[in-house]
Write a protein that binds this ligand. Structure first.
Ligand SMILES: *[C@@H]1O[C@H](CO)[C@@H](O)[C@H](O)[C@H]1NC(C)=O
Ligand SMILES: *[C@@H]1O[C@H](CO)[C@@H](O)[C@H](O)[C@H]1NC(C)=O
Ligand SMILES: *[C@@H]1O[C@H](CO)[C@@H](O)[C@H](O)[C@H]1NC(C)=O
Ligand SMILES: *[C@@H]1O[C@H](CO)[C@@H](O)[C@H](O)[C@H]1NC(C)=O
Ligand SMILES: *[C@@H]1O[C@H](CO)[C@@H](O)[C@H](O)[C@H]1NC(C)=O
Length: 469
């Protein structure tokens, strides 16, 4: 019986050795020079020896049962022995007592005891004989058998785990390959695509918008639900970077304070802010461009241009016919006049009575703030949640639900063509206010119910790609 168990253990260890070869043979997924995902699995055996493994498992199972049965028998005998031992001890004590006490006993008393003792001696000898060894040997055997049974059990679980491990490895390799392909499809539509050149317009419409990246809560706090934020695409030297934020007062109407930071780290840590007061801006349509803050001067159809260093309004200009005071606002209130920046400079998005509330776009001269040219779209302004301009193309967004927004409309001022598109994106909170595009990093800076969130935009690499439907 014991030699059989050893054979089984040897068989198991052989199987686990070949399993280890399987395990160490795999490799990870890679992308080669042509952008093709490669993932190879090296198997030393053409197939996993399932039948061999099953046979070994069955044999070891039945053997385990046999060993357990034998162990039970031995345990029974051991219990018997210990009972007899106790009885013998009792008898010895009884005899000693009889001998030490002065009372005299008849010969018969002793003969009875002697009979009992002989009877037990005989039984013990029988028991010991059935193990053909001493008590020490029985104990040793017991321990060895117990150990063997444990070893078999642990070998069994080890091998089962190895089989599972191989399955898991293959699954994870498949997943890696899929991820690799998805990643490649997502970021690099093909090996022939040119790299992204920020600030250039050598591309088609927006193709994709990333998940939101939450930078932080605005500095004034959670209750400041509307406003705007962004990064100056062309900060004035010696400034290298300029991140700004302008939470409106809690009436969602007046801009009174704004802040800017000269590095992203300071911005994230609310460190070394430059804070100024303005009386007043209106709505969330403001933007910072070349060290100036442009905003709708309150209760007017005027645009104010404010120098960030002096905090002085250096220019104020009327947008002819623009409606204001919450007339044809975006879906959120006080969003009448929205200023935008793209690769070619400053724009203003608004509506007029003549346009019957449809979106009107004007290109502005950034020096004089004069309107250079105007386009009227067919999109009703109060039904869009916001808008921004990329390469002379206006994109409008609308609310899908409390968690999703959609870029659904585009108007190209270069071709005067409009198109329906559908690009959904997630948001953190319900309402979006200021939406500013930065042509130098292709990011959208969105003020989302007090949270400062941004998104990466990617474009169709083909400038001639069919523009929408
Ligand atoms: C697979 O990748 C992991 C980490 O990504 C690494 O630890 C492991 O060595 C790699 N395996 C092979 C076979 O290249
Ligand atoms: C051993 O002897 C005591 C009295 O001396 C008795 O109570 C006990 O039951 C005996 N045990 C056995 C196992 O015979
Ligand atoms: C049980 O077996 C293992 C491996 O064969 C050995 O290292 C260990 O000493 C054994 N234990 C006993 C109690 O015999
Ligand atoms: C990646 O793109 C290729 C070719 O366009 C396509 O066959 C494959 O199914 C795509 N893979 C995934 C995971 O989307
Ligand atoms: C913008 O306005 C300035 C000042 O009035 C003028 O010198 C410049 O030519 C204008 N630029 C364009 C492109 O019209």
């Amino acid at each position: 019986m014991f030699s059989l168990a050893v054979l089984v253990i040897l068989g198991l260890s052989t199987a686990s050795q070949s399993l280890e070869e399987h395990l160490t043979g795999h490799e990870n997924g890679t992308i080669d020079a042509n952008g093709v995902c490669q993932c190879s699995v090296f198997l030393p055996d053409p197939t996993f020896p399932v039948d061999r493994m099953e046979k070994v498992e069955m044999t070891s199972n039945s053997l385990s049962i046999l060993v357990e049965q034998e162990l039970l028998k031995i345990q029974e005998s051991m219990t018997k022995i210990s009972i007899f031992e106790k009885r013998m001890h009792n008898l010895t004590i009884r005899i000693e007592k009889m001998e030490s006490s002065g009372i005299t006993y008849t010969e018969l008393d002793f003969e009875l005891l002697k009979l009992e003792i002989r009877e037990m001696e005989m039984l013990i000898t029988q028991l010991k004989g059935s193990f053909s060894g001493s008590n020490v040997i029985v104990d040793q055997l017991y321990a060895e058998i117990k150990n063997m049974s444990l070893t078999i059990t642990s070998l069994e679980t080890l091998d089962k785990n190895n089989v599972l491990a191989i399955r898991r490895e293959i699954l994870s390799l498949k997943k890696k390959l899929q991820d690799c392909e998805e990643y490649k499809n997502h970021t690099n539509p093909g090996p022939t695509q040119p790299p992204v050149i920020y600030g250039s317009c050598n591309h088609g419409l927006i193709l994709d918008i990333s998940q939101p990246f939450v930078a932080q809560l605005n500095w004034r706090g959670f209750e400041y639900k509307s406003g705007a934020w962004g990064k100056d695409p062309e900060p004035e030297p010696p400034k290298k970077e300029l991140y700004w934020q302008a939470p409106l007062n809690t009436d969602n109407r007046y801009m009174e304070y704004y802040r800017y930071y000269l590095s992203y780290d300071n911005f994230l840590l609310y460190k070394y802010p430059s804070q100024n007061r303005v009386v007043y801006g209106q709505g969330s349509g403001m933007v910072v461009f070349k060290n100036h803050l442009y905003y709708n001067c309150h209760s007017s159809r005027d645009i104010c241009k404010l120098n960030l260093d002096s905090n002085n309004v250096v220019l104020r200009k009327t947008i002819p016919n623009a409606v204001y005071e919450n007339r044809f606002s975006y879906t959120t209130p006080w969003q009448d006049i929205d200023i935008a920046v793209d690769e070619s400079g400053l724009w203003v998005i608004y509506a007029t009575e003549q346009s019957t509330g449809n979106i009107v776009i004007s290109k502005l001269n950034e020096t004089s703030l004069e309107v250079q040219r105007t386009w009227t779209t067919k999109q009703y302004k109060p039904s869009v949640s916001n808008a921004f301009i990329v390469c002379g193309v206006l994109y409008a967004t609308r609310t899908v639900n409390t968690r999703q927004e959609e870029i659904f409309y585009a108007y190209d001022t270069n071709t005067e063509q409009e198109s329906k598109i559908s690009l959904s994106f997630n948001k953190m909170m319900e309402s979006i206010y200021g939406v500013n595009y930065n042509p130098k990093d292709h990011k959208l800076y969105v003020y989302n119910d007090g949270y400062l969130v941004n998104y990466d935009l990617s474009f169709n690499p083909n400038p001639e790609a069919t523009k929408g439907v």
